[in-house]
Ligand binder design. Sequence first.
Ligand SMILES: NC(=O)C1=CN([C@@H]2O[C@H](COP(=O)(O)OP(=O)(O)OC[C@H]3O[C@@H](n4cnc5c(N)ncnc54)[C@H](O)[C@@H]3O)[C@@H](O)[C@H]2O)C=CC1
Ligand SMILES: O=C(CO)COP(=O)(O)O
Length: 324
Amino acid sequence: MIGILGAGAWGTALAQVIAQNGEPVLLWAFEPEVVATMNETRRNPVYLPDRPLSDAIRATGDLAALGGCDLVLVVPPAQHLRGLLAQVPGTAPRILCAKGIEAGTGMLMSEVAAEAAPGAAVAVLSGPTFAHEVADGLPTAVTLACEDAALGGMLAGRIARPGFRPYLSDDVIGAEIGGAVKNVLAIACGVVEGAGLGQNARAALIGRGFAEMTRFGLARGARSETLAGLSGLGDLVLTCSSVSSRNFSLGRGLGLGQSAAALLSDRRTVAEGASTAPVLEQAAAKVCVDMPIVSAVCALLAGRLGVQEVVDRLLARPLKSETV
Ligand SMILES: NC(=O)C1=CN([C@@H]2O[C@H](COP(=O)(O)OP(=O)(O)OC[C@H]3O[C@@H](n4cnc5c(N)ncnc54)[C@H](O)[C@@H]3O)[C@@H](O)[C@H]2O)C=CC1
Ligand SMILES: O=C(CO)COP(=O)(O)O
């Protein structure tokens, strides 16, 4: 049986994909009312509304029950991953699906998992994957990164479905950095949209944002082809182009002049870029990598600068070579 830790939009969509062929799925939810509603109504109205769930999915509020699964997909918000993972017994392989960097430690999710679940092999699943589209069975491709190629191949076979296609990689760090950094850049693209700065500006942000992702990724040991693949550039393009992205929507609100505190206070869903941005800025400084767009997002989120000041500063940077 496959276990899924986290019944937000993404965990629920993954449960739905995996249960397609009748494979039993045990889906852990944080909120007892979400567990009860999913088991009673076969729906998750809080996080993935309007979609009937497969009968092969059973919800639980008992983290220890995931210890009976032979594979666990780990899909909580990144800041909760350590505490939750530490409560899952056993050493079955874990596929990490959260996109972010841990505040306080600056660790990537695989580094957190190595501490929280020692002895369990890990893989990372990342890529352009709006949960509602995956749940609807629309064609989707992801990166599945695992240092152990044989294990990666086995895991890909367990989760692949006709409309859900994992591509294998052994670059775990590269897959994680793409997913974490693109969330911050999506906030920046949302600001461009909200402030009405135009399509040229958004494309420029995607291009220069990708240069920042690449600089940081290479400094941390990622491979450039991973960053240019599904989990990096692919996800960057998706998330920077649509209000379906929570990060893009957050940025759009900032661009419209709303405060980050107000935008973040009344939401149940997670915009990972908001917690990743400051820790990413620190991590970049540690490896002497310049990430001006990430710093601009940090200044906006913290309320240190307004949109116009941030734009003026970015445009006033010295002219330089385009190469990374
Ligand atoms: N939604 C999407 O389309 C995709 C999301 N992801 C990633 O998956 C991860 C989970 O995101 P979503 O499923 O979208 O979440 P969501 O925004 O739909 O739901 C919020 C989640 O946070 C959980 N939560 C709230 N407070 C908590 C607490 N104190 N302790 C533990 N859990 C708590 C809720 O139970 C729920 O599972 C994130 O890292 C996200 O970046 C990755 C790919 C696609
Ligand atoms: O990661 C995602 C798509 O790949 C989802 O993006 P948001 O978290 O911005 O909604």
